[in-house]
Design a protein around this ligand. Structure first.
Ligand code: LLP
Length: 421
């Protein structure tokens, strides 16, 4: 069910016309749908029905406080990868027992923060990290619950920059060395081994790599139990992809994914966690921008818009495809025009799409980038001194700004001058 649809010739976000939000907050901006967020969370939650489970939202994909509250109210836990994300999750009211801490480079301060504030588990990614976590936990007089992230050496068949499950990637410990590492962990008084963690990559559009990884984890569960470890929890990571180009991609549904999980690990008597990000937040958000100029190049037309690579970096960074649609619905049978769609930033990489066919638009028209909820606002920067763009949340017929656009003065006031200037 799509909550960004045309109605009476206008694009709506749930029951609010996108143009009304644009008039109120200016462009560019991000807008998110509450109904989409909760529906997608529930799809995962329902898919694991019958298993003891927790769906931990990978908040790196979208971490605004209002979004975290919506998902926490629906029952989500959080997967965090930094002290900042941990603090955001706590500030949104998520209890420590629903927060898992992932990431290859946790610092002593981050470990201490989570141990003091409460944590469901750390997903440990290396022996040196294990040694440090053991020391930090002991110094605080507590025991840290851990899983070890194993690298199953599986090809996730996704973009190289977001594949994580091959042996050449920096993530996890090689599954071939897992028994040795678990034996080492079991001897550490500051750690309690509770399970295994795996995550092989993002934007996976096929279940086969998940299956290969999960079967390896099931096998390892049995080996580790035979070695005397109590394996009661499996964290199976995130990564299920979404359709960006709606015509030619149909990634598996959360229900298929849930069925696969049950098939691979359902008989092990473990609690299952998953860490989806993109599938929950991706199609819950649009980035809305305005056409500044339509420029005639020698052999092409450029659509120069007020959004840029600093606002939505995915096309520049991963050659990502986003559907781009006019906010005013084109009349039926309108002949498409072809554009290179670019932002105002001073580099050629600031290109959202090349030779994109879409209904003709003109200066001052609004356009919307679909599937921009995940890894959009969170990856934005102020490059070219363009202030971070606002975020808006819609719930049925209401909308609210959930992060305002800073003024130039606010942006400049964050800099401080040394005493000698
Ligand atoms: N768990 C771990 C340990 C992860 O590293 C990630 C994503 C997730 C869960 C969530 O994966 P998802 O369900 O969202 O695919 N910026 C890139 C994506 C980076 C993904 C990083 N890790 C993009 O815009 O495509």
């Amino acid at each position: 069910m799509d909550h960004f649809l045309y109605r009476d010739g206008q694009l709506f976000a749930e029951d609010v016309p996108v143009s009304e939000i644009a008039a109120a907050v200016g462009t560019p901006f991000y807008v998110y749908s509450t109904a989409t967020l909760t529906r997608h969370f529930k799809l995962f939650d329902d898919a694991l029905d019958g298993l003891d489970h927790l769906v931990c939202f990978a908040m790196k994909s979208l971490s605004n406080q209002a979004i975290l509250k919506v998902l926490a109210n629906a029952g989500a836990g959080m997967d965090v990868v930094s002290g900042g994300e941990y603090a955001r999750a706590k500030a949104a009211g998520v209890p420590g027992e629903k927060i898992v801490f992932s990431g290859v480079g946790k610092t002593v301060d981050e470990m201490r923060m989570a141990l003091e504030g409460g944590i469901r588990q750390f997903n440990v990614e290396s022996e040196p990290e294990m040694i440090v976590l053991d020391q930090v936990a002991q110094s605080l007089g507590v025991v840290a619950p851990i899983t070890v992230r194993v690298n199953p050496d599986v090809d996730a068949k996704t973009h190289a920059k977001i594949a994580t499950g091959k042996s050449e990637n920096k993530f996890g410990i090689p599954i071939s060395r897992a028994r040795e590492v678990y034996a080492m962990a079991a001897k550490m008084p500051g750690l309690k081994v509770i399970g295994i963690d795996v995550h092989i990559g993002s934007q996976l559009t096929d279940l086969a790599p998940f299956e290969a990884a999960y079967l390896k984890v099931a096998e390892l569960t049995k080996q580790l139990r035979a070695d005397g470890h109590e394996i009661t929890r499996l964290d199976l990571g995130g990564g299920l992809g979404i359709p960006y180009a709606r015509s030619n991609e149909a990634p598996p549904l959360p229900s298929d994914y849930g069925a696969l999980i049950k098939k691979c690990v359902g008989d092990l008597g473990v609690e299952v966690e998953i860490e989806p990000g993109r599938l929950i937040s991706g199609n819950a958000g649009l980035m809305v921008s305005k056409v500044i100029y339509v420029k005639e190049g020698e052999d092409r037309k450029f659509l120069i818009i007020d959004g840029a690579m600093n606002d939505l970096i995915r096309p520049a960074m991963y050659e990502a495809y986003h559907d781009i649609v006019p906010v005013v619905e084109p009349a039926p049978a309108t002949e498409p025009a072809t554009y290179d769609i670019v932002g105002p930033v001073c580099e050629s990489g600031d290109t959202f799409a090349k030779s994109r066919a879409m209904a003709p638009v003109h200066a001052d028209d609004l356009i919307a980038f679909r599937s921009a909820g995940a890894y959009g606002a969170v990856m934005a920067s102020e490059y070219n001194s363009r202030p971070l763009i606002p975020e808006v949340l819609v719930d049925k017929d209401q909308f609210a700004v959930i992060r305002p656009r800073p003024t130039y003065e606010e942006m400049i006031a964050r800099d401080t001058l040394p005493p000698w200037l």
